[in-house]
Write a protein that binds this ligand. Structure first.
Ligand SMILES: *[C@@H]1O[C@H](CO)[C@@H](O)[C@H](O)[C@H]1NC(C)=O
Length: 264
């Protein structure tokens, strides 16, 4: 059982490192066309790591409180081999904080591969985070709150492949309606069923910067409130007219609070 699971994990990790060719993907986000972000501006961003034999970044996460982070449902691998890094701009930096994962709770209605609605998971940390100017909890929206206008999307670059990749942000991406998002997806990939869910998803469109390989779980924020987390994106990354898709956190605040309360 144990070794079978590890074999599957290693296979999955190998796939993430390969050249992407699926049209829908949720591995290795890199903000394509983004600019460097300061961790002090986004102190609620964390990195989910998979460790044997050496830790590598698999997903982004947001800090909910000192004991919990929120990430994508596909980011739970084998928690004994997973860690969470906080307070880092470059993931290789020495003074980042690294903690073990004690338990993990995927949304019960998430798709197994994360390429569907309800794409969220909560990780319970084995040691509490100490807050400082680089490590802070995210401000979540109110349950049911709606957002329009501009937002920022932030995530770690493909840190496994380059030494100097750090936190990147795409500023002022435009929130679009889910109907416009479906139309945009159909235009770019006419044969693809987009699997977009009105309760679960938010979309943005940007001419200059797009989510790409990696950081599922990275935050979409508006004026300091985290309104979404990256769920999946269209490949090839940065295809003109392709929207970016997020899990709409305002529909999951109750689930987040309930899951934390029941498991603390
Ligand atoms: C995006 O981030 C920048 C830099 O932190 C900030 O000045 C700006 O207000 C943010 N935009 C939104 C829409 O939150």
């Amino acid at each position: 059982m144990f070794s079978a699971k590890v074999a599957i994990l290693l296979a999955a990790v190998a796939v993430c490192h390969g050249a992407p060719n699926a049209k829908f993907s949720n591995h290795h986000l890199k903000i394509d066309g983004g600019i460097d972000a300061e961790i002090e501006d986004f102190p609620y961003v964390a990195s989910v790591q998979f460790c044997p034999p050496k830790c590598s970044h698999i997903c982004s996460a947001i800090i909910i409180n000192e004991n919990w982070v929120l990430t994508g449902s596909s980011c739970i691998e084998y928690i004994a081999f997973q860690k969470v890094d906080a307070g880092a701009f470059y993931l290789a930096q020495d003074d980042k904080v690294t903690v073990d994962v004690e338990d993990a709770f995927a949304h019960p209605d998430a798709a197994p591969d994360g390429l569907g609605p309800n794409d969220l998971a909560l990780l319970k940390l084995a040691q509490p985070l100490t807050f400082n100017e680089r490590i802070q909890p995210a401000k979540l929206p109110k349950q049911g709150q709606e957002f329009t206008g501009k937002a920022n999307v932030t995530g770690f670059g493909d840190s496994n492949l380059a030494d100097r990749n750090g936190l990147q942000t795409a500023r002022d991406v435009t929130l679009i309606s889910n109907d416009d998002c479906r139309k945009a997806i159909k235009q770019v990939f006419p044969d693809q069923d987009s699997n977009l869910d009105d309760k679960s998803n938010l979309c943005t469109l940007s001419k200059t910067a797009n989510t790409c390989y990696g950081d599922v779980g990275g935050p979409l924020s508006q004026d300091g409130t985290v309104i979404g987390t990256v769920t999946w994106y269209l490949e090839p990354c940065g295809t003109s007219g392709a929207p970016n898709v997020y899990t709409k956190l305002s529909n999951f605040v109750d689930w987040i609070e309930k899951t934390i309360t029941e498991n603390s």
